[in-house]
Design a protein around this ligand. Structure first.
Ligand code: AMP
Length: 419
């Protein structure tokens, strides 16, 4: 029996890879312009990093972690998200001694033991950006601006920024109590999971998809009505700075985000590019995460973009595949050698050149050039080659011209690069 991939783990094939490379390239370009540096974190971490960092009473930690014991009996987990690992790296390498402000980004796979379905995988990719060490609301606005700028650069146009404040350690407990008191009265309407959530973490009920739970929270108290003066003034500043940059936002009092560590600003970006509504990304401020994992008091804010989701929203009319610039057709033995020599020379010059490996007929080589969507075909006919000439066929307008072989590399460079 042929061996297949594990369910929920996908191959990204050459026909798709152009989109991934494009999105990654744009992320690097935009984020670096905003002063962010790339960081690479390990795939495996100690389980307690996520249990403490993300929070025990979250879906990720309760149900979705890829956790196992290694041969020495240590409990390890495949990272389900990047923020906790990035924060750990910041503390472990004392990045704050160089500069208390660290602006970091990360691109890579995450692992969650979810039920695989369209758009939900067990290995999926995220682009992450985080700022550690600044509590000032101006950075909340800046991070959001960078995110929107990036999404526009990759071609998304119909975007809506949704914004909320989740309060902080001093005001959220009051809200949780208010919410719990309200929902206690309707607890018969809640699903089994939410009955449990009501005790452990009532905010999570907002994320439940079950209709009766949605009905139960429809007129529940809003966190924004419970936040303290400091959180309210922080939120006002975020809105003010977004306004200064000319960015519209939508206040969404019921958006609470799934993770425990968020404080104050929370946001999501929704795209209407494919007609229906799609949450492309979300993030927020997490001023208590560092205390949970390392004892230091470092504020943080960031976002994670699901790459599969983002790629599904890219404009359909854009071409992401890198086709060959040139196919070298070589029908004879001698010409075949010349094709090999010339192709190698062109690769060094940055021209994507393909040639035939098998000594096939000219007709079949031309068919392959067509299938590969080569822009030009250089035909090395035996007779022409003896005279030091070759025929170049333009596959777009089907015109042909005879060219002298001694200058062929320079001529092809001019054709391909236009100078
Ligand atoms: P989260 O870290 O849960 O806030 O998710 C951030 C983004 O990652 C989401 O907007 C999704 O697009 C993406 N994402 C989360 N879980 C999965 C998954 N299992 N498969 C694919 N994408 C995911």
């Amino acid at each position: 029996m042929a061996i297949t991939a594990i369910r929920g783990f996908n191959d990204i094939l050459p026909s798709e890879i152009g989109k991934w490379q494009f999105v990654e390239k744009m992320a690097r370009e935009v984020f670096e312009n905003f002063g962010f540096s790339e960081i690479r974190i390990p795939v495996l971490e100690r389980t307690e990093l996520f249990a403490r960092g993300i929070g025990e009473a979250t879906d990720i930690v309760e149900k979705e972690m890829y956790t196992f014991a290694d041969k020495s009996g240590n409990s390890l987990t495949l990272r389900p998200e990047a923020t906790a690992s990035m924060a750990r790296a910041y503390l472990e390498h004392q990045l704050y001694t160089f500069d208390p402000v660290a602006k970091l980004y990360f691109i890579g796979p995450m692992f969650r033991y979810e039920r695989p379905q369209k758009g939900r995988y067990r290995q999926f990719y995220q682009i992450d950006a985080e700022v550690f060490g600044v509590g000032n609301p101006v950075v909340d606005a800046e991070v959001i601006l960078m995110l929107i700028h990036f999404l526009r650069r990759v071609g998304l146009e119909k975007l809506e920024l949704q914004l909320n404040s989740l309060g902080c350690r001093s005001c959220r407990p009051r809200y949780k109590e208010g919410l719990k008191a309200d929902l206690d009265e309707k607890s018969f309407q809640l699903c089994e999971d939410c009955q449990r959530r009501l005790q452990s973490n009532p905010l999570r009920i907002f994320d439940c998809k079950v209709q009766t739970c949605q009905d139960a929270i429809a007129d529940a108290p809003k966190v924004i009505d419970f936040i303290c003066d400091e959180c309210a003034s922080h939120f006002d500043k975020v809105k003010e700075y977004l306004g200064i940059a000319g960015l519209d936002y939508h206040l969404t009092p019921r958006m609470v985000r799934g993770l425990d560590y968020y404080t104050r600003t929370a946001f999501e970006v929704v795209s209407y590019d494919l007609g229906s509504q799609n949450a492309v990304t979300g993030g927020g401020r997490y001023d208590n995460l560092f205390q949970e994992i390392g004892g230091l008091d470092v504020p943080g804010i960031g976002f994670a973009i699901g790459m599969e989701r983002l790629i599904s929203l890219l404009p359909k009319d854009r071409e992401f595949i890198q086709y060959p610039h040139l196919f070298i057709a070589s029908p004879g033995k001698e010409t075949h050698r010349e094709a090999y020599r010339l192709a190698n020379q062109l690769h060094v010059e940055g021209i994507r050149a393909e040639f035939d490996y098998e000594g096939k007929s000219l007709k079949s080589q031309m068919r392959r050039a067509d299938k590969l969507k080569a822009r030009y075909v250089l035909i090395l006919g035996e007779e022409e080659l003896k005279k030091g000439r070759a025929v170049l066929r333009d596959m777009q307008d089907k015109s042909q011209q005879e060219l002298p072989m001694p200058d062929i590399v320079e001529t092809l460079k001019r054709k391909v690069f236009g100078h």
